[in-house]
Design a protein around this ligand. Sequence first.
Ligand code: G6P
Length: 344
Amino acid sequence: ENVKKGGFEHYMLKEIYEQPQVFYNTMMGITPDQIPPELKQSDEVTVVACGSSYHTGLIFKYLLESICRIPVRAELGSEFKYFTPPIKGLVMVITQSGETADTLAALKKAKAYNCPTLAITNVLGSTVTRMADHTLFMRAGPEISVAATKSFIAQLAVLMQIANLLHDGDLTGVLTHANSVIEEALLTDTKKAVEICSPAEHIFYVGRGLFYPIALEGALKMKEISYIHAEGYAAGELKHGPFALLSPQTPVVALCSPGNTYPVMVSNIKEMKARGAPIIAIGVNGDLELSEIVDVFIPIPESHELVQVLATSVVLQMLAYHTAVALNRDIDKPRNLAKSVTVE
Ligand code: G6P
């Protein structure tokens, strides 16, 4: 068992550390000839998934809509089967295991509507590969820990590369160098943030744009393995309810990278601070403005926005991991959860 963990205390940590290589291998493994013609021709795309895979679907929506100007609808597998929207164009399912019942049911439904289908999965020969018209593989290798980490990054590698290839490959340079930034993110010290998070009963995660699904995923990681109630929110929505819950006992993890929403994020952070919430902010290295107003500032390397998304995800995985270690949780096998949910 210890040999299989490669010297790491848990599979989750080992899998977190595999991510620079996994991102690179997966991204390089997706070549232009693999992109289904139906995706190139679609004037709308529907993405269906569950759990962490749904969060990468939401990121894909932002990517394809902003980079390629193709409208994307992201749906939960469990909803799509029963409340199928009027669909035309390609239906894409994202599933690490290739076996999630809700995702497979949604795929079946899409086929019944005669939509062309594409599956993104990590498992060769899984059920989804036999059902979908086309398959693109992540190259994450087997993921043992129940909480998805390297498969999340591998999905992002596939999805970012799809957007890149549909947009004439102009992000190739950015994506081929992303692994070195992910590597750097692995050196992040989360100790002070863990001290704030581990005694908390509730934690909010906030972000905007691409960082909104990352906030959802960060909160999901924290819930899954530390059992702390964590909620991901679009930063602008906090004032429509959750503000009532802010207090010195409710830390907020704010994802605050440079870009057009930076000023409004900073003002949101000031509002949350004014209500007494301790703020842990993840932003780019050297951001003095941000580091001065927050309780804990976690810097990531300054890089392309897509690469910051990857680096931030890795930092949030480590924050959840180290918080769960501090609380002595069963990291690789959290209570009541399964790696693959094969019932509806
Ligand atoms: C389970 C796992 C999650 C995963 C979800 C979807 O809940 O614990 O980590 O994100 O299923 O799994 P899939 O294999 O379809 O990506």
